[in-house]
Structure formats: structure tokens, C-alpha cells
Design a protein around this ligand. Structure first.
Ligand code: ASP
Length: 330
């Protein structure tokens, strides 16, 4: 894609709901309802937006992001793939609830087939709060989506002056405005007003380099997460195996669990049922070096992101070896 230096970029803002579109008691940050304001009304109230981009909008969903499903992800990805194939839109902003923002971001990072910027944002305070953070986050997200530096970097997140990558972002606060982080992996850069400052980017495969094709599916293979904790009942693994095509172990430390859980996991893997070891710990690696079993390891992906990758992997293969190598690449 060629950006002409002299024209404003055409940015489409896609609404999906969340706190950013929420309303409640005037001035308060609690007791509000997500997804009440249409995206067009959200953007029309932001001063100066017109001076940084030609903005159009489309509402694809209007929900609390805890209600988002695999079908919704497929719908959003297919929509962006369709529009980005044309010449009219130079970049996208998605307004989204913060609770599952990182999951939608990672799914899109693996399934969108464009180098055009796709930036997700949200807010921690509803639009009716005393000092809502939504309008400024949208403004900065549009600035980032208009930036030539954002081209080809995969799905990005603009939140509270910071640029994050879809693979590594995690929500780390239940209510503070600076709600996101990449923990040990820092961030990709900063935004001051509408000025973009990049300092790093992910080395992992994404978007136009990704092998995953969701254009012909409407449902994702069901993958469950099994949370391990001291003295956890191993029967949950049998239950989850019955209902799912794969399991993510949210293990202790570097993907560990008790002897009885280990035995079950070995048994399932030997029969060809995929179990990915990940960790409930926010920082560090889960890799084969620390665990003697021949398994599938999440690397640095959280349990919820491992779930998305395993689900997409299962659209391509049942082979444990192939799934293991997918977890090394993405
Ligand atoms: N429950 C809201 C959501 O994820 C929270 C938020 O947007 O901050 O939709």
C-alpha cells in the first residue's frame, strides 16, 4: 500500500461496544452499562479528529466484550479482510471492551491478511464519567492507524499514550486508566497527542505472514482452559476432554502441575489429544527445557492466548508435532 504524504488517511472506526460506549450515572465510574452509544456518536464528539484523518465508522457489534464469541471474531476478521482488499480505507480502528481486548487483538493478529494498520482501543471509564478516557484513546488510535510507521506491524493497541502489540499485551488493572502492559516485554512505543514514537516490534509471525485462513469457517474448534492450583481435582481434565478438541493447562510456575495431573496429561497426549502447557504466571517462559515431558509449550503466551492459537492450529492439523511447531513460530 502506498501512502501519499500529503493527504489525510481514510480511517474506518469499527464499533463493538465495551465501556468506551458505556453510559451510567453522571460523573461516576461504577454501575454503568457497556455498549450503549453508537460508534458514530462516539467519534463525532471528539474535537480535532477531522484534522488528523478522514474518519468513517461502522458498528459491527454492541456488546460487553465478555460476551464476545469465536463467531464474532471470525466476522470481524472477514470484514476487515474484505474492506482492506480495496483502495478506499487506509487503516482501521476497533473500539472494544477492555476485558477481552487482548484476545480479540491476538485472534485478529493471526487471521487478518493485510499490512494496513489495524489498531484496537477501549476505555476504562464510561462516556458519562467525570473524566472519560475513551475520546482521547480513540483520537490516539486514529493517529496511530494513520501513521506510516504502523504499516506491517501487525495488530496494535493504542491505550493511555502507549503502543502495544497484540501478541504480548495483557490487561493488568481492574479499574485504573493505565490498564494494560506487556510486562517483561515492555511496550512498542508511545503516543504524545497525535505524534507516534515506535521503539520496537514483535519478531513473531502475524497478519499477512500468518498461515491461518478463516474465510471459509464460521465456528472455531472448542478449546478449554484447565486451571491448576494446589490440590486441584484432576477429574476436570476428563470433563474438558469430553467437550473439547484440546486443552490449555494454566499451570503453576513454568507450566507445572501435580503428579496426578502430569500422568493424565501424558496419557491424553499419548492418545493424540493436544494439551498445551502454559502458566498462570505473567512473566517468563514455558518451554520444554524446564519440563521433561514431550509436550506442547506456550512459550510466552498466556493461557487465554494459547487457547486462541491452539484453536486456530486445529483448523489446520491434528498432528501434535505440527501444533508444537506452530507454538514455536507464533
Ligand atoms: N466489561 C467491559 C467490557 O469489556 C469492560 C471495559 O470495556 O473496560 O466490555
Amino acid at each position: 500500500m502506498k501512502f501519499s504524504k500529503n493527504r489525510l488517511k481514510n480511517i474506518m472506526v469499527i464499533g463493538t461496544g465495551g465501556t468506551i460506549a458505556g453510559t451510567g450515572e453522571a460523573g461516576k465510574t461504577l454501575s454503568y452499562q457497556s455498549g450503549q452509544i453508537e460508534v458514530n456518536d462516539l467519534i463525532s464528539e471528539i474535537p480535532d479528529l477531522k484534522s488528523i484523518a478522514n474518519v468513517t465508522s461502522n458498528e459491527l457489534l454492541s456488546i460487553d466484550s465478555c460476551d464476545i464469541t469465536g463467531r464474532d471474531w471470525i466476522h470481524i476478521a472477514n470484514y476487515i479482510n474484505e474492506i482492506s482488499a480495496g483502495d478506499e480505507i487506509d487503516g482501521f480502528v476497533i473500539t472494544h471492551g477492555t476485558d477481552t481486548l487482548e484476545e480479540t487483538a491476538f485472534f485478529l493478529n493471526l487471521t487478518i491478511k493485510t499490512s494496513k494498520p489495524v489498531v484496537i482501543t477501549g476505555s476504562m471509564r464510561p462516556s458519562t464519567a467525570m473524566s472519560p478516557d475513551g475520546p482521547f484513546n480513540i483520537f490516539q488510535a486514529v493517529a496511530l492507524a494513520s501513521s506510516e510507521e504502523a504499516v506491517g506491524k501487525g495488530v496494535l493497541i493504542a491505550f493511555s499514550d502507549v503502543i502495544y502489540g497484540a501478541r504480548d499485551i495483557q490487561k493488568i488493572s481492574t479499574f485504573r486508566v493505565s490498564a494494560f502492559s506487556q510486562r517483561d516485554l515492555g511496550c512498542l512505543g508511545y503516543i504524545r497527542d497525535d505524534r507516534i514514537y515506535f521503539y520496537s516490534s514483535s519478531t513473531k509471525k502475524h497478519t499477512f505472514n500468518s498461515e491461518f485462513d478463516i474465510s471459509k469457517i464460521s465456528e472455531l474448534p472448542d478449546v478449554s482452559i484447565a486451571p491448576f492450583y494446589a490440590a486441584a481435582d484432576f477429574h476436570i481434565l476428563d470433563y474438558l476432554r469430553e467437550k473439547s478438541k484440546g486443552i490449555i493447562l494454566s499451570g503453576a510456575g513454568c507450566g507445572g502441575c501435580s503428579t496426578v495431573w502430569d500422568k493424565k496429561i501424558q496419557e491424553f497426549m499419548m492418545s493424540g489429544f493436544p494439551i498445551v502447557r502454559s502458566s498462570r504466571i505473567a512473566n517468563g517462559l514455558v518451554t520444554s527445557e524446564y519440563i521433561s515431558q514431550k509436550g506442547i509449550f506456550s512459550n510466552t503466551l498466556s493461557p487465554q492466548k494459547s487457547r486462541i492459537l491452539l484453536s486456530l492450529a486445529l483448523t489446520q492439523t491434528d498432528s501434535i508435532d505440527k501444533i508444537r511447531s506452530i507454538f514455536e513460530i507464533y
